[in-house]
Design a protein around this ligand. Structure first.
Ligand SMILES: *Cc1c(COP(=O)(O)O)cnc(C)c1O
Length: 391
């Protein structure tokens, strides 16, 4: 690279990424092939429109690429083209969710129902600071105070009272298995659409290590850069039927919210989807969860309170405040010791989002780097030592 300034920063970031123990559950490491695709000449191309219906010339290779990416996305999750549609153009997870709402929830009269931030929901599920909470009325549900897991009866009651247009199931900080069938029943009981945002879970679902939402959802969104181990981007799957949700979503993505797709990222997503079909990826997904369980077990053994008592997925929430350390202090102390995680609110949070009661840690990134259960037991012991040091 001729630009020495940027090159220096990139090299330093490579070093940093190699040096740290990365426990951020939404991060991962893509393969060289994915990066090669993202850094390819497709970044030079404008391709407004969809395959074989573009607003620019010169798209014969782009058309092949986008069609291949979509075919691979459907195949990976065992979906038939006659039943499901997929859009691979949304620039990232947040715009993908916005597109789903733009397509399905009338501005002014529509209502979004999602999980609260402190219980593990995402900003784009109707939080006030997000466009999704400004353009639409929204209502949130919490996990049960005592068990810290979803109380489906309470969610159902709230849904029947509030009559949302759409219910969003899918979270950024919920460690347990979600009963998507129950969410389907809840949506049906109040006439709402069911959207599952599996951003955190896509790789686990692809690897058959976590239940699939597809038998139950009308729409499934996901980022491609978390457990799925692809480049930054998003996929929006929608049921194909007389409601025409698929067509509305395509129109919401383009021209509703975006201009040209980032075709270099579509290329990278296509490569990642291919990689996710391999037996090696299946073992990866299973190992991610085995590692998280071992990690949670050791943290508990060392005396730390793990939210909901454990995990069924790739992440766990540790209530560091129960052990006398705030989330902010824990995050900073761990970073000094070379362990990267993020401070996080916990269910029923009594502190502030800037200095909450816990930290969120996950296993996807380090499992990609070869960590097994024994390594995560050691990570837990290191965390314990660091946190005891700041108490
Ligand atoms: C990460 C995430 C998003 C947002 O994705 P970005 O690519 O950061 O915009 C949306 N929903 C959930 C559940 C997520 O975990």
């Amino acid at each position: 690279m001729k630009d020495k300034q940027v090159k220096t920063i990139i090299d330093a970031e490579i070093k940093r990424q190699k040096k740290v123990i990365n426990l951020i559950p939404s991060e991962n490491y893509t393969s060289k092939d994915v990066m090669e695709a993202v850094g390819s000449v497709f970044d030079n191309k404008y391709a407004e429109g969809y395959s074989y219906a573009r607003y620019y010339g010169g798209n014969e290779e782009v058309d092949k690429l986008e069609s291949l990416c979509k075919k691979r996305a459907l195949e990976l999750f065992g979906l038939k083209e006659k039943d499901w549609h997929v859009n691979c153009q949304a620039h990232s997870g947040s715009p993908a969710n916005l597109a789903v709402f733009l397509a399905n929830v009338p501005v002014g009269t529509g209502k979004i129902m999602g999980m609260s931030l402190t219980s593990g929901g995402h900003l784009t599920h109707g939080q006030k600071v997000s466009a999704t909470g400004k353009f639409w009325t929204s209502v949130t549900f919490d996990v049960d105070k005592d068990t810290e897991v979803i109380d489906y009866d309470a969610v159902k009651k709230l849904a029947q009272k509030e009559k949302p247009t759409i219910i969003v199931a899918g979270f950024t900080a919920y460690p347990r298995v979600v009963d998507f069938k129950k969410f389907r029943e809840i949506a049906d009981s109040c006439g709402a659409l069911l959207m599952v945002d599996m951003s955190h879970l896509a790789g686990l679902v692809a690897g058959k290590a976590y239940p699939s939402p597809f038998p139950y959802a009308d729409v499934v969104t996901t980022t491609t850069h978390k457990t799925l181990r692809g480049p930054r981007g998003a996929l929006i799957f929608s049921k194909k039927d007389e409601r025409g949700i698929d067509k509305k979503i395509d129109k919401a993505v383009f021209p509703g919210l975006q201009g040209g797709p980032h075709m270099s990222h579509v290329a990278g997503i296509a490569v990642a989807l291919h990689e996710a079909k391999t037996p090696a990826f299946k073992s990866y997904a299973k190992q991610v969860i085995k590692n998280a369980k071992a990690f949670a077990k050791e943290m508990k053994r060392l005396g730390w309170r793990v939210v909901s008592g454990g995990t069924d997925s790739h992440l766990l929430l540790i209530d560091t405040w129960a052990g006398g350390v705030t989330g902010k202090i824990a995050e900073a102390a761990l970073e000094k010791a070379g362990i990267i995680c993020n401070k996080n609110t916990i269910p029923g949070e009594t502190r502030s989002p800037f200095d909450p009661s816990g930290i969120r840690v996950g296993t996807p990134a380090m499992t990609t780097r070869g960590y097994k259960e024994v390594d995560f037991v050691k990570v837990a012991q290191k965390i314990d030592k660091v946190l005891r040091g700041v108490k």
